[in-house]
Design a protein around this ligand. Structure first.
Ligand SMILES: Nc1ncnc2c1ncn2[C@@H]1O[C@H](COP(=O)(O)OP(=O)(O)O)[C@@H](O)[C@H]1O
Ligand code: SF4
Ligand SMILES: [Mg+2]
Length: 320
């Protein structure tokens, strides 16, 4: 049985071979979503958000390696597809936008050509035929198409470049859009505009979305459910309001306690200690060295992500 009708990731393990040793980056990630659903993925830098996204796209490259797990998407295990089959999934059914839009665009081709090429690939048509759809794609994201079509990536502002990326990603009408920190590199005012635009377009397009962000506030505002990651595991998943109002995992509670409250500077009392080194991660629950509630079992056994109530899952021995 799959838990989500569109995506169901289970026991996903990814490592990176480095001169320092093997980085155990993903330690059995569990994540799922339904068609048209929006899932936020939050957690501190290095917890495995991008590696999870790149695994779905099957873009983990040397020195990285997916060593275990399943990624069901639309009824198929992506990890079992041939490179050709995966190429059709990528850019047709799943598309992705990144934190650094200017870097993600090709520097040597004009914006119009890049959009046309993406559309051509997704619909299996010629670039010439695809050009007829470029205007619509650019207008959809609020750009003046005549001005934008002949520009190169370096001639765009960050906000414009992210609009172009969104145009490319959504022009192919993907079932799933993965947005990896799409606004983190932008000015605050531009961030809000881009999120608003995304919100509008995915509502119209009925795309499912995985929104990766380190900002729990953004995730819960934009998404139906939020998954919290810590050191290579999803440690809690719940509907957006519920994760705020009734967090269960000690790490999630700490995260929420450390969010500054408007009008009064709140101390960062949340979580003592530092994120562990994933070359030599803590045994059992990877959060145990920082957890106020840790007991004997915690450094012996990795807690599984289990359902505690409707739609609310947590990976912590306190609840088993
Ligand atoms: N190309 C790489 N080479 C070595 N280690 C990597 C590479 N990419 C990611 N990692 C490691 O994998 C872990 C998860 O990284 P990542 O998914 O990028 O975190 P984030 O949650 O910030 O997106 C980190 O420990 C990171 O150092
Ligand atoms: S499993 Fe133990 S160490 Fe981990 S969060 Fe729960 S109580 Fe803390
Ligand atoms: Mg990242």
């Amino acid at each position: 049985m799959t838990r989500g009708s569109l995506v169901d990731i289970s026991k996903l393990r990814v490592i990176f071979h480095t001169y320092r040793g093997t980085i155990k980056a993903l330690n059995g990630v569990e994540l799922w979503l339904n068609e048209e659903e929006r899932l936020g993925v939050v957690g501190e830098t290095g917890c495995g958000k991008s590696v999870t996204a790149l695994s779905i796209m099957r873009l983990i490259e040397q020195p990285g390696e997916i060593i275990d797990g399943k990624i069901w998407f639309n009824g198929k295990d992506l990890l079992q597809l041939s490179e050709d089959e995966m190429d059709k999934v990528r850019g047709r059914q799943i598309s992705m936008i990144f934190q650094e839009p200017i870097a993600a665009l090709n520097p040597v081709f004009k914006v119009g050509f890049q959009i046309a090429e993406t559309i051509a690939h997704s619909q299996n048509i010629s670039i010439n035929d695809a050009y007829t759809q470029v205007r619509e794609a650019l207008e959809m994201v609020g750009l003046d198409w005549q001005r934008t079509i002949d520009l190169y990536a370096h001639e765009l502002s960050g906000g414009m470049a992210q609009r172009v990326m969104i145009a490319m990603a959504l022009a192919v009408r993907p079932k799933l859009l993965i947005a990896d920190e799409p606004t983190s590199a932008l000015d605050v005012t531009i961030q809000a505009q881009i999120l608003e635009l995304l919100d509008k377009l995915v509502s119209v397009g009925k795309n499912a979305v995985i929104l990766i962000t380190h900002d729990l506030g953004i995730a819960s505002e934009f998404c139906d459910r939020v998954a919290v990651m810590y050191a290579g595991n999803v440690i809690e998943v719940a509907p957006s309001q519920e994760i705020f109002n009734e967090p269960l995992h000690p790490y999630t509670k700490g995260l929420i306690d450390s969010i500054p409250v408007v009008g009064r500077a709140k101390e960062l009392t949340g979580i003592a200690g530092v994120v562990p080194d994933l070359v030599d991660p803590p045994s059992g629950c990877r959060f145990h060295p920082r957890c106020k509630h840790a007991f004997e079992r915690c450094n012996l056994e990795l807690p599984e992500l289990v359902q505690i109530k409707a739609n609310h899952y947590v990976a912590c021995h306190l609840y088993h």
